[in-house]
Design a protein around this ligand. Sequence first.
Ligand code: FPP
Length: 228
Amino acid sequence: MDGNGRWAIRQGKPRSAGHEAGSDALKRTIRAALGHGIRVLTVYAFSSENWSRPKSEVRQLLDLFIKALNREVRELAEHGVRLCFIGDRSAFSRTLREGMLQAERRTAGNTRLHLNVAVNYGGQSDVAAAARALATKVAEGRLRPEQIDREQLEAALSLGQQPAPDLFIRTGGERRLSNFLLWQLAYTELYFTGVLWPDFSEVHFDAALSDFARRERRFGGLGRVQNA
Ligand code: FPP
């Protein structure tokens, strides 16, 4: 969800106004995902590198998360959304951690849309944590090193129980992954748009889905033409 800061600057507003507008764009996107019958949506709300921003901006962002949780969880629950947070929560305030846990508990039984929110998340740390978890099992004699394979490692990742994403959308014009779901994106279709996140609307989402529908997914195999 990139481009909040630039959107605000262009409007002569503080960066925090961009994040506020970004949370409206997220609501619109969740609504659009529900409308399209999408089953899993994972958003990058705060990367483990975002701590390097000015303290005031980090505080505003974390305050916004708390406010959004208080404000939106009931409606999300009513629409059948299951909320999950991935990333290292240990650095967050008790209030935020409690809010996240409550939201997860309250929506745990929902199945219409699984909404994963990545907070203080980094793909490399996720892989390292998975490796550590497997190493611990080996040290405790519950796993043999030769049993460690792709499936074992994948299952130990934060999204271990969920399918790999079909489509990755990055707004804001940059063309990089920025440490998001590194393992899971191996065969994901990548879509980059210059639209700043606060401007992202259902029209842009539909454009990304249409583009995705035209892609030929080969997963390392041969394409339709070569197979014929
Ligand atoms: C990147 O834009 C965006 C973020 C670091 C924050 C994302 C947060 C939201 C969209 C708020 C809503 C989220 C929840 C879970 C309520 P940027 O600040 O890097 O923009 P820039 O590249 O233009 O500076």
